[in-house]
Design a protein around this ligand. Structure first.
Ligand code: HEM
Ligand code: HEM
Length: 219
């Protein structure tokens, strides 16, 4: 069964790739790679060169902003709102997480588990903070622009804080795929597909809707 079409996979991988580059080059600007000798590792000699890390940071920021705008337009025009959080999702997320550790039965889901919709909202919030504070930093760097020192300091703290919360989110996101019930989802972000059996068992509300619409299309 198709779970993620090419447009969704493109959005996901543009966000993932640009985010990894932004985290690496952002930390590089602090600057820590010389002190901790990361730049002595093979192929990473460039990592302590500010002019390179800052150029890569701007390049990856452009890709992330493009992917974020693409995602917003995709949500609005495709009207596929399955990933947006709903009332009761936080409570249901606890039931799902408990069930993954053998405590109780997992409630049947629609396309996304309640816990995934909550994770999505968390990531959207911190991506918005990092993009807005990044844009403010970009404006501050333009020649002739003077902003109040207190505002710049607050903005820098927000940019760095958002990085920490995003890092935690990414660790949790990747950690979730170590749990067996989530294994069938991993190939779906590469091939776009999951097995019908998996969808029927874990996402019955979604699998029913897909089946009905394909029957209607055939009729
Ligand atoms: C910066 C890195 C990444 C970010 C910000 C990110 C973000 C997201 C978000 C927001 C979702 C939708 C909701 C969710 O399932 O939680 C998602 C789905 C997914 N991600 Fe990532 N991701 C990243 C890296 C990765 C990597 C490296 C993998 C490789 C295994 C991966 C695999 C997946 C899969 C398989 C799904 C689909 C889950 C499903 O079909 O329900 N992600 N990602
Ligand atoms: C996941 C996304 C991102 C991460 C993890 C990240 C992280 C960082 C870090 C750690 C720094 C160095 C410390 C600081 O000056 O605050 C930094 C600097 C900076 N970031 Fe980001 N950032 C991200 C996205 C963005 C975006 C989207 C933009 C622009 C729209 C941006 C623009 C900047 C600018 C202009 C600087 C300062 C460069 C300089 O003047 O030295 N960042 N970022």
């Amino acid at each position: 069964m198709e779970r993620h079409n090419w447009a969704v996979r493109l959005q996901h991988w543009l966000v993932a790739l640009s985010t990894f580059i932004l985290i690496f080059t952002g930390i590089g600007q602090m600057p820590v790679y010389k002190r901790y000798m990361v730049d002595q590792l093979p192929g990473l000699g460039w990592s302590s060169d500010y002019s390179i890390t800052v150029a890569l940071h701007y390049g990856a920021a452009l890709v992330l902003v493009f992917a974020a705008v693409f995602h917003l337009c995709y949500l609005i025009f495709s009207k596929k709102y399955d990933i947006l959080p709903k009332k009761g999702d936080v409570k249901e997320s606890f039931l799902i997480i408990k069930s993954m550790f053998g405590l109780g039965k997992e409630p049947p889901s629609a396309k996304y588990l309640a816990e995934q919709r909550v994770a999505y909202a968390y990531m959207v919030f911190w991506f918005a903070v990092i993009i807005i504070s990044g844009l403010v930093k970009t404006i501050k760097n333009l020649p002739g622009v003077e902003l109040p020192a207190g505002f710049i300091a607050l903005n820098t703290h927000l940019h760095n804080l958002a990085m920490i919360f995003l890092l935690l989110g990414i660790v949790a996101h990747l950690g979730a795929f170590l749990l067996k019930p989530n294994w069938p989802l991993v190939p779906s972000m590469f091939t776009g597909k999951v097995s019908e059996e998996y969808a029927r068992k874990r996402h019955p509300f979604w699998s029913e809707v897909v089946k009905k619409s394909s029957q209607e299309n055939r009729a």
